[in-house]
Design a protein around this ligand. Structure first.
Ligand SMILES: Cc1cc2nc3c(=O)[nH]c(=O)nc-3n(C[C@H](O)[C@H](O)[C@H](O)COP(=O)(O)O)c2cc1C
Length: 292
């Protein structure tokens, strides 16, 4: 294990370790305007949702590590405390990256990156027409985190109006996560996509407590074959299941038939089969195999 005291690192190396570790990060494509009416569009991956009531998102245009200068986006929100946050999906990614070039003050990155300006309903900065989710926000507060190169500036933005492309909605008007292809940033030049082929669900019953790994029978908890993810699923039931006499499973019966003469092999086969069931979300069946 490499252990590093951050005081020993140069700012650029510290930034490198942090950006690779705290990843993937969603991307806020921020449209802002200065008091002269000049429009700016830049991406920020130091960004997240921090409150839904009130609806507050935060992003951070940092002081440059290189020369400690500030970003136009920061200067703009201090002059005109409004921003449109446009979410970035895969079809927009290369143009979004282009918009991150450090063009001189007054350059409209909508034009440079080839995006279309669309008037917002209640704030002055325009929205990115091509983006499938746009959030019109007022900036409530800007919190500087330091004065050295690399210091972030938290922009606390309250969402006032939201726009969603019908293409990404289901019949009830809710977002279908599978229909979006959001992009997130990792360290260096790495990005990732969240689309139908990469996303998955982990069900978490909110009302009932899982029994916990500490409550699993020792033969399961200290299994040589079950993984942490397997134990996590098994321990998420709200009470230890009972053996179901009606449990009828062909593969389970075959394992019992072929391996009963050797208890170690039998245990391994049962655990491996339970694992297979867990991998397809069949937690109850997995429990029956392990209890049997
Ligand atoms: C995907 C992506 C994410 C970025 N995230 C940040 C960030 O969170 N904070 C930051 O200060 N710069 C970030 N940058 C760099 C800025 O976009 C870049 O410095 C830009 O030129 C700032 O523009 P401005 O001076 O017009 O505001 C990011 C760049 C890219 C491509």
């Amino acid at each position: 294990m490499l252990t590093i005291d951050v005081k020993e690192l140069k700012p650029a190396d510290l930034q490198n370790y942090l950006q690779h570790s705290i990843a993937p990060r969603p991307i806020c494509f921020a449209s802002t305007i200065d008091k002269e009416g000049q429009i700016n569009l830049s991406p920020f991956s130091f960004f997240n949702l921090f409150s839904s009531n009130p609806p507050i998102v935060v992003f951070s245009p940092a002081r440059r590590v290189r020369d400690n200068t500030t970003k136009h986006t920061l200067e703009n929100v201090l002059e005109v405390p409004e921003v449109v946050i446009n979410m970035v999906d895969y079809p927009m990614l290369q143009q979004t990256s282009l918009a991150s070039c450090e063009y001189p003050k007054g350059t409209n990155e909508f034009i440079k990156a080839g995006f279309t300006m669309q008037a917002a309903n209640i704030v002055k900065p325009p929205m990115v027409l091509e983006s499938k989710i746009k959030l019109e926000c007022k900036v409530n507060q800007v919190i500087p985190l330091g004065s050295e190169g690399g210091a972030g500036n938290l922009v606390l933005a309250e969402v006032l109006m939201m726009h969603f492309d019908e293409q990404i909605l289901d019949q009830e008007g809710k977002i279908d996560q599978r229909k979006l292809d959001l992009v997130a940033r990792l360290g260096g030049h790495w990005y990732t996509r969240a689309n139908a082929s990469t996303i998955f669900e982990v069900e978490k019953p909110n009302m009932k407590l899982g029994i916990g790994v500490d409550a699993l029978p020792a033969s399961i908890r200290y299994s040589k074959w079950l993984s942490g993810n397997d134990l996590g699923q098994l321990a998420n039931v709200h009470e230890l299941p009972d053996l179901d006499p009606a449990f009828d499973d062909e593969q389970y019966k075959q394992i019992i038939q072929y391996f009963s003469i050797n208890p170690t092999e039998l245990e391994e086969e049962l655990h491996r089969y339970a694992q297979k069931l867990l991998n397809t979300g069949k937690v109850n069946q997995a429990w029956q195999v392990l209890l049997g």
